[in-house]
Design a protein around this ligand. Structure first.
Ligand SMILES: Nc1ncnc2c1ncn2[C@@H]1O[C@H](COP(=O)(O)OP(=O)(O)OP(=O)(O)O)[C@@H](O)[C@H]1O
Ligand SMILES: [Mg+2]
Length: 283
């Protein structure tokens, strides 16, 4: 069993976790225990035609680190997340996973890697014609070729932990938006990913369903799942982030420990962004 398997299984099985949420020293903290980054991005450039959307992006993500990616609409957050999962061709730069560079734009290399990187988007991407159980089992059995009995055992545990066991035989259309997103997260976790990418997973949820999804992500963070999270939920971001990266027009303008970013952003642009995200001032 790999470390990541332990990590993921522990993620939902225990309620008591390492004090992690709200700490502001994630990078240094993670670096102290695991010196090598899980993910390294160097000089990444991505264009759509002549429009350069990501401009010389470089950063590391340490094992167990929670990186929150924020920035104005159109700044390139989704594009970056998609590049990190090999869903977009890149024009320059290097992405390394566990110290190994991924062959640039090699679909074969990415297909292999994608089994180790979980991704959840804004829209529920469950297969509508498959039951919850079949949605969850498909990747681990068909792609990872794991034994169904073992996968089912893990699935039962994961479903119980998100309190959705009774929906095992339901179809996605029978679930609420929040339930669908939690199943989408469980489905990704069933692959025992080493890294989870979340792109605005609560953006299309009704407010009362946002909380249950954010709480699940907070629990994953507590258990030191390595995650990159794009979110517009600033209070959640403040609580979950070890590190915040502020993206503006395809450039990382700031990279700071989470607490520092929210209390003292370094650039005027980030200050204005945070002001624009704060609730309407009372009259
Ligand atoms: N498939 C595409 N073809 C051409 N241009 C694209 C494509 N996808 C994104 N872009 C452009 O890339 C830029 C970054 O888009 P992206 O979706 O990454 O922004 P974002 O930061 O995720 O924004 P939002 O907060 O609104 O989700 C935008 O100018 C967008 O128009
Ligand atoms: Mg986006």
């Amino acid at each position: 069993m790999s470390d990541s398997t332990v990590n993921v299984n522990a993620a939902l099985n225990t309620t008591a976790g390492t004090a992690h949420v709200g700490t502001t020293v994630g990078t240094a903290d993670a670096a102290a225990t695991d010196a090598a980054p899980l993910l390294s991005v160097r000089h990444l450039r991505k264009s759509y035609g002549s429009h350069e959307v990501l401009k010389d992006i470089s950063f590391d993500v340490m094992p167990g680190e929670v990186v929150v990616l924020v920035g104005p609409s159109g700044s390139g957050k989704s594009t970056l997340i998609r590049c990190l999962n090999g869903l977009e061709d890149i024009q320059d730069g290097e992405i390394s996973f566990n110290g190994r560079p991924v062959s640039r734009n090699s679909e074969k290399a990415w297909r292999k890697l994608r089994t180790r990187i979980g991704m959840v988007f804004q829209s529920y991407d469950l297969f509508p014609n498959l039951s919850v159980a079949k949605n969850i089992e498909l990747g681990p059995t068909a792609v990872q070729k794991r034994a169904k009995a073992e996968v089912d055992e893990q699935m039962d545990r994961l479903l119980a932990d998100v309190q959705l066991s009774q929906y095992k035989d339901s179809y996605p259309r029978e679930l609420s938006g929040g339930q669908k997103q939690r199943i989408a997260i469980v489905r990704a976790l069933a692959m025992n990913p080493e890294l989870m990418l979340f792109d605005e997973v609560t953006a299309s949820l009704d407010p009362e369903m946002v909380r249950e999804v954010l709480e699940l992500m907070l629990r994953l963070a507590k258990r030191r799942m390595t995650m990159i999270v794009v979110t517009h939920e600033m209070e959640f971001a403040r609580r979950v982030a070890d590190t915040v990266m502020f993206l503006e027009d395809g450039v990382i303008l700031e990279r700071q420990p989470g607490g520092d970013f929210f209390s003292s952003p370094q650039t005027d642009r980030a200050k204005r962004f945070l002001e624009s995200m704060s609730p309407v001032a009372a009259e």
